[in-house]
Structures are given as C-alpha cells and as structure tokens.
Design a binder for this molecule. Structure first.
Ligand SMILES: [Zn+2]
Length: 125
C-alpha cells in the first residue's frame, strides 16, 4: 500500500488516502460517462479529508444513495460515496497526484445495468 494525496482542480479540496491501486474501474452509467471518473474504493479509515469540507457540494439523483460530492468552485469530483458501497469512499483516481494512469489496469462496471452488475461486482471482491 502507498499513501497518495489528491484533490480538485482549484486546490480547495484536498485529501489523503492509503491504498493499493490494484483495482481501478470505469463505469458506463449516465453519470460516470459524463464525469469520466476512474473509480477506486477505500474504507473510510484509510481516507482523510485535509481541506475543503465547506467547498464540497452534493448532487443526488435516482435512488439518492450515492452522494456525488464535488467542489462547488471548480466542479471537479475528487471522491464521492457510491451507491454500490455506501460504507466506502470512491476515489477518482484521476484526481490523485503522481499516478501514471496509462499504467493502470482498468476493470469495467456495467452501471447502465446496475442491478445485474452489482451482483458480480461484490462477488469479485
Ligand atoms: Zn475546486
């Protein structure tokens, strides 16, 4: 495991996370397609918000379980609470400092068919 720091574009929201980036995934749901987020789940005890709590705002839709937090100044989504694992933090790997995105192996999550996808998703953990 390694410790990474990351944040939004304007720098108000900063966080630190300790993890192994073995499992990074793309999702084809309506939201993730537009955001272009690269997902990586961590338990909350390995996530620390360093700054910007007051700069985050939340978008909810559909079931309302997912809390799509983003910086209200620059609009970037550095992390959020996902519907698939509401007890975890879903990091946007694109927002981590110093990660070679081209070196990552990406899984895909079939978020357009969420109910079927979630069954195999948790099976693979
Ligand atoms: Zn920002």
């Amino acid at each position: 495991m390694r410790t990474y720091e990351g944040g939004c574009h304007c720098g108000r929201v900063r966080f630190r996370v300790t993890t192994d980036l073995a499992r990074v995934s793309e999702c084809n749901c309506s939201m993730c397609t537009k955001k272009g987020i690269l997902h990586h789940l961590v338990p909350p005890e390995r996530f620390e918000l360093l700054s910007g709590e007051g700069d985050l705002t939340t978008y909810r839709f559909n079931t309302g379980v997912a809390r799509h937090t983003f910086c209200r100044h620059c609009g970037i989504h550095p992390f959020y609470v996902p519907r698939s694992d509401p007890d975890k933090i879903d990091i946007n790997v694109r927002c981590l400092d110093g990660v070679d995105l081209a070196a990552l192996t990406l899984d895909t999550f079939d978020g357009r068919n969420w109910e079927q996808a979630i069954a195999t998703w948790h099976h693979g953990e």
